[in-house]
Design a protein around this ligand. Structure first.
Ligand code: NAD
Ligand code: IPM
Ligand code: MN
Length: 368
């Protein structure tokens, strides 16, 4: 029995399609690199709602708490848009994040050289880009109370609350500083301290944590709107960006397009260390269930495959194997093998989701 346990939650739309390719990659590492995984699979999102009337059963939640890492495809889709908020597919994902206390969401945006001409920005702006957005994932306006839609003065009012405790800010700031030390040693913190009290506290706490324990790391602050502008103007000025749940959601989609496609961007959501020293962890692509292309073999599996690479690095202490996988993906792209989201390039070879998986495995083989 392997001591590496993985729970796979393919989810909805293109989730199961891209996860099929990841399953083959996982099997390859077991067969060829002696990295065996005990893999179990379960339902989440709309798929779980269809089977059980809830986007995440208690049994699946309990299983997620036990394993070394969870790998999730994507949730959601038009079929579920009219459902009550409490059972929407997205609630399944939010429950996993909240109950596993995955407060640090790492969203790297790296521009592979082969894709530098594919970004909507100029090559010189994105070539060589390597930034890491650390998004706070378990608090802020996503979870703050009170919330709801209610009647007031004869009309409906929609309410959400942005709320952060200093402990919540401090722990995600620490995660960002620790990461920066292993990268370019620079952190830029983004909030709206000019208009929001929670932003004022955010800036104060990040500054305090920095002064107390991370004075060797270069720290700067930016208002999040200006940060969005700077990310498109000259993204290479950044190393690690730390920001709240909602700003991080927006800024990471923006950063995805710097790299060429949402189909390329992986993520890791990390919590506190478990008894075995591994962090509680969930890995997932940044993209959603892509209903417009689901079921057609068009989805780019790279974001999900690269999310597994992050699992190798952050959960299984296999950084070299993670690099092997990342380089395999990079070589496939360099050969011009592309899914439709990246195809608008001269001389490119169109590939289906499966063919992209085949090509990555062929490059893994070639790396031996
Ligand atoms: P989306 O990411 O699903 O799609 C946005 C666009 O990017 C679409 O044109 C899609 O075809 C394209 N795209 C996304 N991933 C791709 C891939 N791997 N390969 C090729 N093209 C890709 O976002 P959306 O359309 O705003 O949301 C659709 C559903 O997904 C919604 O229900 C939303 O709530 C959900 N969603 C889920 C997650 C998640 O599970 N983590 C994240 C974002 C959105
Ligand atoms: C993401 C998604 C999720 C979010 C949704 C699906 C709950 O957009 O992971 O970026 O808003 O966090
Ligand atoms: Mn998002």
């Amino acid at each position: 029995m392997s001591d590496r346990s993985l729970l796979i939650l393919p989810g909805d739309g293109i989730g199961p399609e891209v996860m099929d390719e990841v399953q083959r990659v996982i099997a390859w590492f077991g067969d060829k690199r002696g990295l065996g995984f005990a893999v179990s699979e379960d339902l989440v999102g709309g798929a779980a709602y269809d089977a059980h009337g809830t986007p995440l059963t208690d049994a699946t939640m309990a299983r997620a708490q036990e394993v070394d890492a969870v790998l999730l495809g994507a949730v959601g889709g038009p079929k579920y848009d009219a459902l009550d908020f409490s059972v929407k597919p997205e609630r399944g994902l939010l429950r996993l994040r909240k109950e596993m206390d995955l407060f640090a969401n790492l969203r790297p945006a790296q521009c592979f050289d082969a894709l530098a001409d594919f970004s909507s920005l100029k090559r010189e702006v994105v070539a060589g880009l390597d930034i890491m957005i650390v998004r706070e994932l378990t608090s802020g306006v996503y979870f703050g109370e009170p919330r709801g839609v209610f009647e007031e003065g004869g009309q409906r009012v929609g309410l959400n609350t942005q709320r952060y405790t200093e402990a919540e800010i401090a722990r995600v700031a620490r995660a960002a500083f620790e990461l920066a030390r292993r990268r370019g040693n620079r952190v830029c913190s983004m909030e709206k301290a000019n208009v929001m009290e929670s932003g004022v506290l955010w800036r104060e706490v990040v500054t305090e944590v920095h002064a107390a324990d991370y004075a060797d790391v270069e720290l700067s602050h930016m208002y999040a709107d200006a940060g969005a502008m700077q990310l498109t103007r000259w993204p290479k000025q950044f190393d690690v960006i730390v920001t709240d749940n909602l700003f991080g959601d927006l800024l990471s989609d923006l950063a995805a397009m710097l790299t060429g496609s949402l189909g390329m961007l992986p993520s890791a959501s990390l919590g506190a260390p478990m008894a075995n020293g591994r962090p509680k962890a969930l890995y997932e692509p940044v993209h959603g269930s892509a209903p417009d292309i689901a079921g057609q073999g068009k989805a780019n599996p790279c974001a999900c495959i690269l999310s597994f690479a992050m699992a190798l690095r952050y959960s299984f202490d296999a950084g070299e194997e993670a690099t092997r996988l990342e380089q395999a993906v990079e070589r496939v792209l360099a050969k011009g093998i592309r899914t439709g989201d990246l195809l608008n390039v001269e001389g490119a070879t169109p590939a289906t989701t499966r063919e992209m998986g085949d090509a990555v495995i062929a490059e893994l083989e070639a790396s031996l």
